[in-house]
Design a protein around this ligand. Sequence first.
Ligand SMILES: [Zn+2]
Length: 261
Amino acid sequence: MAEWAQRDPVCVIPVATLEDHGYHLPIDTDVVIAETLADLAVQRCEGRALLLPTVTHGYTPHHMDFPGPITIDWKTFVDGLLDIGRSLFRHRFSRILFVNGHGSNVPLVEMAARLLMVERPEATAASFWYLSGPESAELLRSTRDSDSPGGMAHACELETSLYLAIKPELVQMGKAVREIPDWGSENVWMDWNDGPLSVKGAWSGWTESGVMGDATVATVEKGRLWLDRAVAEIAGYIDELAERAPRPGRDHHEPPWEEPR
Ligand SMILES: [Zn+2]
């Protein structure tokens, strides 16, 4: 580990949650997807990145009406991520990339990454929600078959296709459904990138099956296409973080101060 730390690799940490994914997908969907994407990207960036074990449990209190999800209190979850980062810093690693596979983790993983950089200004910690960058969003837009917005939110065309590309034997396509809520708003909707106004609440208030989207149009071919893009996206972020110079800033309580204008 000391030798690895001297190389200053990007520590890649998949973060997920256990959560219901309709009748057709396994409960570990977010875990399997985040871990597979991160693993393949790290293999592509050999020597520049180190894959850490997946943080399996995340934040999902709004799913507890459905059988199976395990949710971690938001503060405990953020604190756990902070402790993982602090431990890595103690061992002289300085670059962390959280690969997040669960939508409701997004603000919390980002918070952890921010706080790690506040605590350790010479280090870099970043987080992202897979397939949400501009190039990925454009690929999804141009290759999806489901309605937009709404067809790609949860246990949907996207997640089902990805799981089909990874472990097809565990997907029960005969049980796949299409369920897109009536949003009742121009501003509130959920898709891979959500609408501008965030109104969440109980998941069971939006969907009967737990699916939000159209799982019936998922295919292994689309899964492979999107998986390749997701791996390339992560590999690109690893390359960037591996080269990124720190911007620790400086304490403006000390001189030199700027001349008053
Ligand atoms: Zn999911």
